[in-house]
Design a protein around this ligand. Structure first.
Ligand code: HEC
Length: 115
């Protein structure tokens, strides 16, 4: 009886874990597509500096910053300089709030490639 319960809980945990993984992978895929459509990848690479910082460097810089999501959404929208040097990022005024959230969440996770 108890063993059966343990088994049910075990399978349930596996299910939850898989659902979360699928959800994150979907978000990664969408975020990458948005980044490509908006030419972000012309100035940013995942793991090396181009014109702007690598997305891994951005994730590292803000890893303990609880305001990073809000700050970076606004920064991507409006552009500007000062965090990484004097070269400014142009504004991306046509991105929706939902797209900004997806992009920022993905970048703060180190911009993982969807698998
Ligand atoms: C023309 C080149 C260019 C394009 C296109 C560009 N960026 Fe940037 N980005 C930069 C530069 C330069 C910086 C550094 C700005 C600074 O020092 O504050 C930057 C900084 C950033 C940062 C870190 C901001 C901070 O204050 O730490 C994020 C996040 C970012 N870009 C995301 C994006 C996303 C997402 C897109 C596409 C919607 C994009 N960038 C498009 C050049 C670009």
């Amino acid at each position: 009886m108890l063993w059966r319960l343990v088994k049910i809980i075990f399978y349930f945990l596996i299910l939850i874990f898989n659902l979360q993984t699928v959800h994150a992978a979907n978000n990664d895929q969408q975020a990458l597509a948005i980044a490509k459509q908006n030419a972000c990848l012309g100035c940013h690479a995942i793991n090396k500096k181009i014109v702007g910082p690598s997305f891994e460097a951005v994730a590292f810089k803000y890893k303990n910053d609880s305001n990073a999501q809000i700050f970076l959404k606004n920064k991507i929208l409006k552009g500007g300089a000062g965090s990484w040097g004097v070269v400014p990022m142009p504004a991306n005024a046509k991105l929706s709030d939902a797209d900004l959230s997806l992009l920022t969440g993905w970048i703060l996770r180190g911009a993982p490639s969807p698998n």
